[in-house]
Design a protein around this ligand. Structure first.
Ligand SMILES: Nc1ncnc2c1ncn2[C@@H]1O[C@H](COP(=O)(O)OP(=O)(O)OP(=O)(O)O)[C@@H](O)[C@H]1O
Ligand SMILES: [Mg+2]
Length: 413
């Protein structure tokens, strides 16, 4: 399978530029490289300064191909019935048809269709490297959460089956119920999303967060980092772009901004270490075209291979509870940076699933099989790692027991 690198981040930080720069370097090194954009704004063609097809990979340079996924086409092709149902529901509520069709394009689903294209390209054998340039953070993150939000583990799948049965019974009596095509497509979508969720967790895929040294991007990137850790994706680099050069001739007006950025650069290091951090200076002109992109890539990565997995720590793992390795006594470790002291973490266990909610973020973890019959016990938060004790049920109950919801508070270690 191809190595897949996904660049994600807030709007305008430089995702498209850095994606194209990375792909250009990889192609130069002789890897068969595809740079693919899931952004409906189609800015990849603008960055490379050449037209790019929305249908099949377009050759851009030796070993380098580009593709801008046409989500409207993918939608019609995969989800026409779903779209029609949603649109007709809206229009029966008095919303006009064209607005209804627009509303039926759920923002996260656009990205899911693009990721499905990535998955099939990655498995095609045509590519050594695939670089994905995504739309701004919000969508991508919501999309990553989708498989679990929609499917909701086994419970969600059961719900879907039951609902389909009920719709069949109720259809003669009610106008607005979805038909079989809707259920087939949604059922298919759920299955593919399940597959996609697994694909995203494979060890050849990593995600890199792009940000600028400013307050708001930093806050958002920290949240994204925690979320991705909850989700279990490999974040193998943090890319800081548009750093002002330290030059004496910029004058006092820029001194203020250079000083401000310096503060944020220090904060960025404190936040994301040990994940590798790469820095890109604000160029004198817009980096458009392959030569400018390659130059920006070289300046950013230096001697490092941009295609390498730059960091491979797993955010979720299992340990023995104590050094003696007492049988039936484990510790589920979740690397969750940036929880602050006193921040509530809500844990709810439902059969084989453990749902963790931190603020508005939620993640359902399929527990390792070995923990199925274990009760959840004490917890600690140490050096960015939330450690949850699990012990095989022996008769004497451990609080809280399986099936209960419990709120933990992060305490200083
Ligand atoms: N290091 C840099 N130096 C100078 N200009 C840059 C640099 N990085 C990006 N730019 C310019 O900043 C603008 C935004 O960059 P880019 O399109 O790569 O960001 P993006 O994160 O993909 O944006 P969007 O969220 O809209 O997709 C572009 O005009 C690009 O040429
Ligand atoms: Mg872009």
């Amino acid at each position: 399978m191809a190595r897949v690198i996904i660049y994600s981040g807030k709007g305008g930080t430089g995702k498209t530029t850095i994606s194209a720069a990375t792909a250009t370097m990889l192609a130069r090194a002789g890897y068969r490289t595809l740079v693919l954009s899931s952004d409906p704004a189609h800015s990849l063609a603008d960055a490379v300064g050449a037209p790019i097809s929305r249908d099949r990979p377009t050759p851009l340079a030796p070993c380098l191909y580009g593709l801008e996924v046409d989500t409207i086409y993918e939608w019609r092709h995969n989800l026409g019935g779903f779209q029609q149902f949603v649109a007709s529901t809206y229009s029966s509520r008095g919303i006009d048809r064209s607005t209804a069709a627009e509303l039926a394009n759920q923002p996260g689903l656009d990205e899911i269709l693009a990721l499905q294209r990535v998955m099939s390209e990655a498995r095609s054998g045509r590519w050594d490297m695939i670089v994905l340039d995504t739309a701004p953070t919000g969508n991508t993150l919501r999309l990553l959460a989708y498989p679990e939000m929609i499917i909701g583990g086994d419970a969600g799948k059961k719900f879907f089956r039951v609902y389909r049965g009920l719709a069949n019974i109720a259809r003669p009596f009610k106008r607005d119920l979805p038909d079989d095509r809707f259920f087939d497509e949604v059922g298919g979508l759920l299955e593919r999303m399940d597959e996609l969720a697994n694909f995203l967790l494979s060890p050849t895929i990593s995600l890199r967060l792009v940000l600028n040294p400013e307050k708001l991007p930093l806050l958002e990137t920290r949240r994204a980092y925690t979320f991705l850790n909850l989700y279990g994706m490999l974040v193998d680099a943090v890319m800081v772009n548009k750093i002002l050069p330290r030059r004496a001739d910029l004058g006092p007006y820029f001194d203020y901004w250079v000083g401000l950025q310096r503060g944020y650069l220090e904060e960025i290091e404190a936040c994301f270490t040990p994940t590798p951090i790469f820095r890109t200076v604000l160029q004198e002109g817009e980096p458009i075209g392959l030569p400018a992109l390659e130059a920006i890539g070289r300046a950013t990565f230096g001697e490092q291979d941009p295609g390498a997995l730059l960091f491979d720590e797993r955010p979720i793992w299992l340990e023995q509870w104590n050094e003696e390795g007492e049988p039936g006594h484990y510790e589920l470790c979740l690397r969750l940076p940036f929880l602050s002291e006193g921040e509530p973490v809500v844990l709810a266990r439902s059969g084989p699933d453990l749902t963790l909610t931190v603020g508005r973020l939620q993640r359902t973890i399929a527990l390792p099989r070995i923990l199925y019959d274990c009760a959840l016990g004490a917890h600690r938060y140490e050096e960015g790692v939330l450690r949850l004790e699990f012990r095989e049920a022996t008769g004497e109950p451990l609080a809280p027991l399986a099936g209960s919801a419990d709120e933990l508070r992060v305490e200083a270690a």
